[in-house]
Design a protein around this ligand. Sequence first.
Ligand code: 3HC
Length: 311
Amino acid sequence: SDEQLQQHFDATIERDQRIEPRDWMPEGYRKTLVRQIAQHAHSEIIGMQPEGNWLTRAPSLRRKAILLAKVQDEAGHGLYLYSATETLGADRDDLTGKLVGGRQKYSSIFNYPTLNFADIGVIGWLVDGAAIVNQVPLCRCSYGPYARAMIRICKEESFHQRQGYELLMTMMRGTDEQREMVQDATDRWWWPSLMMFGPPDGDSPNTQQSMAWGIKRHTNDELRQKFVDMTVPQAEALGVSLPDSGLVWNPERGHYDFSEPDWSEFKQVIGGNGPCNAQRLERRRAAHEDGQWVRDAAAAHAAKENARKEG
Ligand code: 3HC
């Protein structure tokens, strides 16, 4: 009976064990996983645009090769995650339609412009740094395919973060102008990076249920705090300041206190009115349309192959 199925599901979650595609699961569990994994996949694919913007203008062949590898990794992460949604019965074309139609979200962080090459380093350092803090706990997500995808993705993210930090270290050892570029990029990307973790816990409609289902292992504010605590020493080692006069070590808490991000800006950006939302979606829509002939050719080839086999 459904009663027994629900009890078995609850007991599995209770025991901190994995739910696999063929297991019975409450409709709400499936729906929130499709929502989160699809939006995670969309984030990876849209995230290729701000970085791709500098591929043809990288300052050296080495930097170009590294950036090429990173953008390629993001595409792979996206495909990996779309495959995870398919284990839940989602359809990839349908999800792409929802993305370009503005009916599903992608990470707010990718709606900000990349103005110069220091941005590429800061994205590696702060954005991939934040992504790692958010994604490592997802390796223990109760849904098997998502958790396993995360293990592979987290390994590649740490390379992304390290190459960004190394790039910035190189610039900080360069000219005054390069140091100013790194500081300017840090000032522009710091607050949007904190917003990547989502709204404050009191304003997060999904956190409680996602925690109960073992999808989320920490709340938005807990992960945001972890990221701040981890990043402040890195900024000091780099020799840049962080743009928050309220950022100060609190010995009682054993954490850094920091000012509230601008949640009205966050709401604007996830509502589609950030600096680059329109161009990001337009670019994705155009790429999808331009790729129609590839999908048609692949489908025609597959049909011929099947006919030949059955022939
Ligand atoms: N950008 C866009 N939308 C966001 C957001 C953000 N930074 N933070 C929250 N939201 C949305 C949520 O999707 C939700 O809207 P929805 O119900 O329409 O989906 C709403 O705001 C309320 O937020 P909640 O906290 O209640 O939602 P969640 O429980 O889903 O938490 C989350 C949001 C922390 C982003 C969670 O979904 C999550 O951990 N997702 C997986 C990680 C992820 O997507 N990371 C993207 C980082 S970018 C990346 O990975 C690329 C990197 O390699 C560079």
